[in-house]
Write a protein that binds this ligand. Structure first.
Ligand code: ATP
Length: 210
C-alpha cells in the first residue's frame, strides 16, 4: 500500500527528536484552531486489541509481545526491535502504511486553513514527500536527555541510546523549512509558534489563490 496523503489544505510536517517538544509545539498550534494530526497517536491506535496490525505483530513476534489483557507489550517489542534492524524494518513495514492511511483519512476530514502533521521520525519516513513544508522542533541533545529523564523512568543509558538511534540534529535541521528553537521557556516557544502561524496562514491563503 503506497498511499499518498491527499489533503486540500497544505500539510506542514512537524518533527523533532525524542522529547524535543513536538507535542508542546503541536498543542500551541491547536490552540489557534489548527488541525493537528499526530502520527504517534495514530501509531498507538492501530495496534489496539482487535486491530489487524496487532494480530500481524503476534504472528511475527510471538505471543510474548502481547500482555495477558490482550494489549501490546510495548516495552518488550521495543527491546526486540531495538536490537535487530531487520525486525525493526519488518515492524515498520507493517505499521507505516496503516499509519499513513489513517493520517490520510484524518487530513481529508479536517477543517482548518492548514494542517500540522506530527511525524517523529519524518527524516526516515516516506511521509516526508506528503508535506508542503517541514517544521523542526529543535533543542540540544543534553536538553532532550534532561526532559526525557524527567518525564519517563528510562535509565540514562537507555535514554542516550534512544537519542543516538535517531537521525542527528544536523540532519534534521538540514531538511527544515522552519525551525522552532525549544531550548528556552515556553513563552519563547509560543512566540515563535505565533509568528509561524501567521506565516502559515498566508502560505495557505496563497495556495488557495494560486
Ligand atoms: P516524544 O518524542 O517523547 O513524543 P515530544 O517531542 O512530543 O516527546 P514533549 O512531550 O512536548 O516532547 O516535551 C517533552 C517534555 O519536555 C515534556 O515533559 C514537556 O512538558 C517538557 N517541555 C517541552 N518543552 C519545554 C520547555 N520549553 N521548557 C520546559 N519543559 C519543556
Amino acid at each position: 500500500m503506497t498511499l499518498k496523503i491527499q489533503s486540500k489544505a497544505p500539510l506542514f510536517g512537524l518533527t523533532g527528536g525524542i522529547a524535543s517538544g513536538k507535542t508542546t509545539v503541536a498543542n500551541m498550534f491547536a490552540e489557534f484552531g489548527v488541525a493537528v494530526i499526530d502520527t504517534d497517536v495514530i501509531a498507538r491506535a492501530v495496534v489496539e486489541p482487535g486491530e489487524p496490525a496487532l494480530d500481524e505483530i503476534r504472528r511475527v513476534f510471538g505471543s510474548e509481545v502481547i500482555q495477558s489483557n490482550g494489549a501490546l507489550a510495548r516495552k518488550r517489542l521495543r527491546a526486540i526491535v531495538f536490537s535487530d534492524d531487520g525486525l525493526r524494518k519488518k515492524l515498520e513495514s507493517m505499521l507505516h502504511p496503516r499509519i499513513r492511511a489513517e493520517a490520510d483519512r484524518l487530513a481529508a476530514e479536517a477543517i482548518s486553513d492548514y494542517h500540522i502533521v506530527v511525524v517523529p521520525l519524518l527524516a526516515e519516513s516516506p511521509m516526508k514527500t506528503d508535506m508542503d513544508r517541514i517544521l523542526v522542533v529543535d533543542c540540544s541533545e543534553e536538553i532532550q536527555l534532561v526532559r526525557l529523564l524527567e518525564r519517563d523512568a528510562e535509565s540514562e543509558d537507555q535514554a542516550r541510546r534512544i537519542i543516538a538511534s535517531q537521525v542527528d540534529r544536523s540532519t534534521r535541521l538540514a531538511m527544515a523549512d522552519d525551525v522552532v528553537s525549544n531550548e528556552g521557556d515556553l513563552s519563547a516557544t509560543r512566540q515563535q509558534v505565533t509568528e509561524l502561524h501567521t506565516l502559515y496562514l498566508s502560505l495557505a491563503a496563497d495556495s488557495v489563490t494560486t
